[in-house]
Design a protein around this ligand. Sequence first.
Ligand SMILES: Nc1ncnc2c1ncn2[C@@H]1O[C@H](COP(=O)(O)OP(=O)(O)OP(=O)(O)O)[C@@H](O)[C@H]1O
Ligand SMILES: [Mg+2]
Length: 347
Amino acid sequence: MASIEFVNVTKEFDKKEIIKDLNLKIEDGTFTVLVGPSGCGKTTLLRMIAGIGPQTSGAVLIDGKDVTDIAPGKRGVAMVFQNYAIYPTMSVRENIEFGLKNNKVKKAERTELVESISAAVGLTDFLDRKPSTLSGGQRQRIALARAMVKKPSVFLMDEPLSNLDAKLRAQMRIDLIELHKKLGTTFVYVTHDQVEAMSMADTIVLMNQGLIQQEAPPETIYHEPSNIFVAQFIGVPPMNIDELGVGGVKFGFRPESAIGSTEAGTTPFSIRGEVVTREMLGSETLYKINYKDTSFMIKSLEDRFTVNQQVYVSVPTEKMYFFGEDGNRIPTSHPSYSSYIEALRSY
Ligand SMILES: Nc1ncnc2c1ncn2[C@@H]1O[C@H](COP(=O)(O)OP(=O)(O)OP(=O)(O)O)[C@@H](O)[C@H]1O
Ligand SMILES: [Mg+2]
C-alpha cells in the first residue's frame, strides 16, 4: 500500500504547459477517481505516477519518497489501460501468469497467485479458455488480474471500462468497488464518465485544462460544488444556470430540485413556462421547460406533464446555488446572500 503525492508538478509537451503547478495528495488505500473532459490531462497524470511520462518540473512522491529516478518497474505500481493487450494465443491462465514467469516467480507460488486472483475477479471457471471465447467484460478482467498478480501497492486504471456496454460497465463498477475493499490497495482510476466517478470514488479529483477544480468526496462535489464548472460537470442533466441580473451573479438549481406543478409555487423562484420536450426514462421523466428566452431542465419521479402544457416551476430556496462573476460558488454566509434570494422574485 502507498500514498501518492504531487508537489508543484508541471508537465509540458512541445513547450505547452498541460499540467500547471499541481499539488495533490492521494491517501494510502483510497479509491481516488480523476475525472474531467477529454484532454484535461488525466492520462498524463497517471503516466507520471507510473514513471512512463516524467514531469517537467516538481516532484512525484510514492509513500513520501521522490520517485523521479526510480524506474517504472520498480515503483510497485501496476497500470491497466483502456486498450489492454491480451495475448490471443495464450489461455486465460497463461495470460495472467505471463508477467510472473518473466519475473522468475516459482511455479507453486504462481499457481496459487493466479488462482486466488482469478477467484477475486471471477475468472476461475475460464482459466483454460482462450480470450477469444470470452465476453468483453471477462477479457477486461484478464487485464485486471494480470495487473493484480504483481501485487502492486498502487493500482492505476485508465478508463478500463470504456470498451464495455452500459450493463457490463454497471456490473464492473460494483465489482471494482468490491475488489478495492478486498485488496485495500490504493486505486487511482481515470475516467471522463461522471457516473463512474460518483459511484466508485472515495475522493473525486475533478480536473479541467490541467487544473484541479475540486477535490472532495462525491457527496461534497455534488452538494457543494466549488464553481460552475464542477456544478455542471457532475449531475445528469447538468445544473440549470442563468444570470440573476444582479452584479454579474448567476443562480443555479439541479433538475431534480425543481418542483413542477399546475399551481403557482410560493418560493422566491417560481416561474410559469411551457413544456417543450418530455423524456420518459422509466423511473423518472425529464422535461424541458421554456421560459422567456431561456429554458430549464426539470426531473420528476412522476410522469405528469405533456408537451405544450403550461407548468409552474419552483425551487426550494435551500436548493438554490449562486455563483460570482469569477464562476466560484458564493457561500450562504456571504453578506449579500439573502439579497440574491430576494432577487429571484423578479427573475
Ligand atoms: N505525447 C504527447 N505529445 C504532445 N501532446 C500530448 C502528448 N500526450 C498528451 N498530449 C496533450 O496533453 C493534453 C492532455 O492529454 P491527456 O492524454 O492527459 O488527456 P486526458 O485527460 O487523458 O484525455 P482523454 O479523456 O481524451 O483520454 C492533451 O491536450 C494532449 O493533446
Ligand atoms: Mg486519457
